[in-house]
Design a binder for this molecule. Structure first.
Ligand code: CTP
Ligand code: CA
Length: 225
């Protein structure tokens, strides 16, 4: 009994995870998207379930699937849909991890018909999407809230600003400096920064092991509280 519990340190915990890109419609056949594969979020979800957690995985379009019965997958398309799904579950979770690459902007208007190539020049007006993670930070009660940050300059400073602006407990800074890290890769080089600005650079490793490192942070938080 005690042994089983030590192997399932997240038993009894509910964790909300976002994954993948979002697609923002331009017209019925086109969208603005990005190259996020969804792997990081799915790896975190699978590891969390292996550690005993009940997982709600809100994912944008991806080819990843999971058969784990402890993971409920909510498939969404746009940032607005991801926002709505997250807020539906957020009040009842113990932790949330935002691994999705949410589009920052969406077309201001969605054309009802396929846009024809009549004009020689064509532009689309964009407006900001809702910042899902910020809204979770604002609505936070006791949830342990983890975000990601992708920066190409002033990485640590910008990541610290995101912790404060979004009311996070921990941020996972993705280093693009490293050859092996990134969107289409199986590996990641991350630095953890907590809300007290403790900085912990990690080795380059597979996303599965980055997921383990992230969940160890969640486990140690719950063992303290
Ligand atoms: N995020 C989100 N909703 C958005 C944009 C971002 O929930 N509309 C989340 C991401 O899932 C990630 C974190 O916010 O966990 C940081 O994303 P990032 O793109 O690094 O930062 P932004 O706040 O979007 O700012 P910028 O792109 O200007 O650096
Ligand atoms: Ca962004």
């Amino acid at each position: 009994e005690a042994d089983l519990e030590s192997k399932l340190p997240l038993k009894g915990k509910k964790i909300l995870i976002t994954a993948g890109p979002t697609y923002e419609a331009i017209d019925p056949v086109r969208f603005i998207g990005n190259h996020s594969s969804g792997k990081m979020g799915f790896d975190i979800a699978n590891q969390a379930a292996n550690l005993g957690a009940e997982v709600i995985l809100v994912s944008g379009p991806t080819h990843y699937k999971t058969k784990n019965s402890s993971i409920e997958v909510i498939s969404v398309m746009s940032a607005q849909e991801m926002y709505d799904a997250c807020h539906k579950y957020y009040d009842n979770v113990d932790a949330a991890i935002a691994a999705a690459a949410v589009a920052d902007y969406k077309p201001k208007e969605v054309a009802l018909q396929k846009i024809k190539k009549n004009a020689n020049e064509f532009s689309i007006e964009l407006e900001k999407t809702k910042d899902i993670l910020s809204s979770l930070g604002a609505a936070k009660k006791s949830q342990f809230l983890i975000g990601f940050a992708l920066e190409t300059e002033n990485e640590i400073e910008n990541a610290k600003l995101k912790i404060q602006k979004k009311n996070l407990d921990l941020i996972v800074l993705n280093s693009l400096q490293d050859e092996g890290a990134g969107f289409k890769k199986a590996t990641n080089k991350v630095t953890f920064i907590d809300k007290d600005f403790n900085i912990e650079p990690m080795e380059l490793k597979s996303k599965e092991f980055v997921a383990v490192d992230i969940l160890n942070k969640v486990i140690s938080h719950f063992s303290k509280s």
